[in-house]
Write a protein that binds this ligand. Structure first.
Ligand SMILES: [Fe+2]
Length: 272
């Protein structure tokens, strides 16, 4: 018997992604009856960081909590106040450098409570193959989990925004037994490696994108193919696409006594 149920989505890409969540989330909520719905919003506004209007749109569709990534600060002028609000549902990776010199908006760890259920959400970003220079995510989560042992909560989940599959597996092993679920976002392609470790930690390298199915990570091909053919970005005009069918990707999770007892991939293709 579960203590808590979660519906978790990876990167929601642009207008197409928002439309897909509005279209499919109500029936997914009816089917799974989750306590919390979590989604990554770093591509929400034309492929970059969210503006509050688009976060409100997803909240109306039934999303409770938002995580982020390398594009989290793209619309900082519009979103900083929203991210700094007490109990803001919008997180961003915890391991960006914060200092007395430059203070970034938002936070990367937060306790969410609903219907008596306590869920700690942690957001991390890798420094490998991504442009941002960040504090080591392995050391950062050690610090976080020392302060937040799993016993204090009904569940702890970690969105690790990264490129490398190898690093994702190492992170899963690093937090094994200390969190309920560690999952990846950012590559936009759902991996077929959902698993529950012997410790009770659920893990999956990338839970996948919600956006245009026939696209290059949510963007139109005519923006990206010239980059690969010419070897430069000179010919590219990278835009989101809302042409053709969409894909909705995520996972459904059941947690008991902090351990993952059920991890189920969700991948719905919209035929239009
Ligand atoms: Fe990303």
């Amino acid at each position: 018997m579960y203590d808590m149920k979660l519906l978790v989505f990876g990167d929601i890409y642009g207008r197409k992604g928002r439309q897909l969540i509005a279209q499919y989330l109500p029936e997914l909520r009816t089917k799974y009856d989750p306590d919390f719905v979590i989604a990554n919003s770093e591509n929400l506004t034309n492929g970059k960081g969210p503006i509050p209007e688009h976060l409100h749109e997803l909240q109306r569709s039934g999303v409770d909590i938002f995580t982020g990534g390398n594009h989290s600060f793209a619309n900082m002028d519009f979103c900083a106040d929203y991210m700094n609000t007490p109990n803001s549902p919008q997180l961003r990776p915890a391991n960006f450098y914060d200092s007395k010199h430059y203070q970034l908006p938002g936070r990367g760890v937060w306790l969410f409570e609903k219907n008596g259920k306590k869920l700690l959400v942690i957001n991390l970003i890798s420094g490998n193959f991504l442009k941002d220079d960040v504090y080591n995510p392995f050391l950062k989560i050690d610090e976080i989990l020392t302060e937040h042992p799993l016993e204090k909560y009904d569940g702890i989940i970690v969105d690790f925004h990264r490129e490398s599959t190898a690093e994702s597996y190492c992170m899963a092993e690093w937090v094994s037994g200390r969190v309920s679920l560690q999952y990846g976002t950012h590559t936009h392609v759902q991996t077929n490696d959902d698993r529950i470790l012997a410790s009770g930690t659920g893990a999956m390298t990338d839970i996948g994108m919600t956006g245009a199915l026939n696209s290059s990570i949510g963007q139109e091909f005519k923006g990206w193919i010239p980059t690969f053919v010419s070897g430069t970005g000179h010919f590219s005009g990278k835009k989101e696409t809302d042409m053709g069918p969409g894909v909705v990707c995520g996972v459904f999770v059941e947690i008991q006594k902090g351990k993952c007892i059920h991890l189920e991939k969700i991948r719905i293709i919209e035929w239009v």
